[in-house]
Design a protein around this ligand. Structure first.
Ligand code: AMP
Ligand code: MG
Length: 408
């Protein structure tokens, strides 16, 4: 057990070795920018709104010295896109619609429900008090000109895209997409779509990892699945390392007789084989092959998913120029007892919910076997149990990590 490294140390070691991309970036149009990593701070070229405008349908007035019962002449109208630009005298007002610019010299909008309208005379009479600023959206109240609206390193969200549009920005500087080669290893693997023979299983990891990488806007180069054959694995590793920024494989990194990935890597590159003190996920390999970073995931599907999420994701984020944070753990009450042995940190599949009295609780999502992918589907979080912790009693407090977007 002494040669196991903690999850934290594993992440730190990897992050210390890899570098963020240099200043090279590309401009993409807004409709291509979702989920890309913003390469530069974006500042607003304009105030939003660009002018003081009305929040309601009503009458724009100058509020000073106006009292309930005063009658004002309606001298014109301001509608969205059609401002009123003539001079306005005292005792006068302007009909105004939501979103329309407040005419020069006026400072409040009286909502139409608070007036008595005399259409024949072309006047309104105030029925409620009015103060300067009433029902006005001030210039720059949403976004101030020159303020930073999106920081470099952000992954552009749907809201970011809308916000950029509201600023009139048509193109955004983004980091180049990473390209990652994937392959799975194992004589037992068969690609989905073909029948299974005795002793064979479907290769699920390659599809799982591919989908997770797509979630991160990474270009995937799929090398298929390889048999447990030293020369074939070596050949694929060399070819992949010449084509991409990183290689992710699954299977073959533990100490079994057929773990040829390990032997191939030892012959080719500077790879560390780690026992990470986590469950699932213990065997894990990391290092460099030519110019490509290498991540060797364990073969069990849940172990592959957890190590992708917890170990690989932060490193890919740094390589992609993303300011990444893993999300905050929540402290919740265990709705049932949970089995745990000291020595490794557990990422148990859990389901958390709010009870009728408002308390957050979590229970196990079912089988915790690292080969059982179906309980990842009924889970919505990991129950994170610290390395030295032992079994948890009902009602004890535990940390949960709500599932990241990689599992959606
Ligand atoms: P390994 O790490 O190669 O010893 O594999 C550990 C377990 O994961 C074995 O039961 C394998 O059959 C299974 N496994 C390995 N690769 C895959 C894969 N690509 N898809 C699904 N299961 C796999
Ligand atoms: Mg294998």
């Amino acid at each position: 057990m002494s040669n196991m490294i903690s999850v934290h140390d594993a992440i730190t070691r990897m992050l210390d070795q890899v570098e963020s991309p240099s200043v090279q970036y590309q401009q993409v149009s807004l409709n291509q920018a979702l989920d890309r990593i913003c390469a530069k701070d974006i500042t607003s070229p304009i105030d939003v709104p660009g002018h003081d405008n009305s929040a309601m349908d009503g009458y724009a007035v100058n509020a000073s010295n106006l009292n309930v019962g005063d009658t004002l002449k309606v001298v014109g109208a301001s509608a969205a896109g059609h401002p009123f630009s003539d001079q306005i005298g005292s005792g006068e007002c302007v009909r105004i619609m939501t979103g329309a610019t407040i005419p020069e010299g006026l400072d409040a909008v009286v909502i139409q429900e608070n007036t008595a309208i005399d259409n024949e005379a072309g006047t309104i009479t105030l029925q409620s008090p009015v103060s300067a600023g009433d029902n006005i959206r001030l210039q720059g109240a949403d976004v101030r000109k020159n303020s930073t609206v999106i920081a470099a390193g952000s992954r552009l969200s749907t809201i970011d895209i809308g916000l950029l549009g509201s600023l009139g920005i048509a193109e955004v500087p983004v980091q180049p997409q990473l390209s990652v080669a994937i392959f799975s290893t194992g004589d037992e693997l068969v690609a989905p779509g073909s029948p299974l023979e005795t002793g064979q299983i479907y290769d699920s990891n390659r599809y799982l990892i591919d989908a997770m990488l797509q979630r991160l806007s990474i270009k995937v180069i799929d090398f298929g699945h390889l048999p447990d054959d030293l020369e074939q694995i070596k050949g694929a590793l060399v070819e992949a390392s010449e084509q991409c920024d990183a290689i992710i494989t699954s299977g073959g990194v533990s100490v079994g007789d057929t773990d040829h990935t390990k032997q191939a890597l030892e012959a080719l590159g500077e790879i560390g084989f780690w026992k990470v003190a986590m469950k699932p996920g213990k065997p894990f390999a990391f290092g460099q092959l030519n110019r490509a970073w290498f991540f060797g995931l364990p073969g069990n599907p849940v172990a592959a998913a957890v190590t992708m999420d917890q170990l690989v994701q932060p490193v890919l984020a740094k390589l992609a120029g993303e300011s990444f944070n893993q999300g905050n753990a929540l402290q919740v009450s265990a709705a049932e007892s949970l089995k745990k042995r000291a020595g490794r940190a557990d990422f148990q599949r859990g389901y958390f919910e709010q009870t009728t009295d408002g308390q957050l609780t979590v229970k196990s999502a079912g089988s915790q076997s690292s080969g059982v992918l179906s309980t990842m589907k009924s889970a919505n979080c990991f129950i994170y149990l610290e390395r030295e912790r032992e079994s948890v009693n009902r009602s004890e407090t535990v940390s949960i990590l709500p599932f990241s977007r990689l599992f959606s």
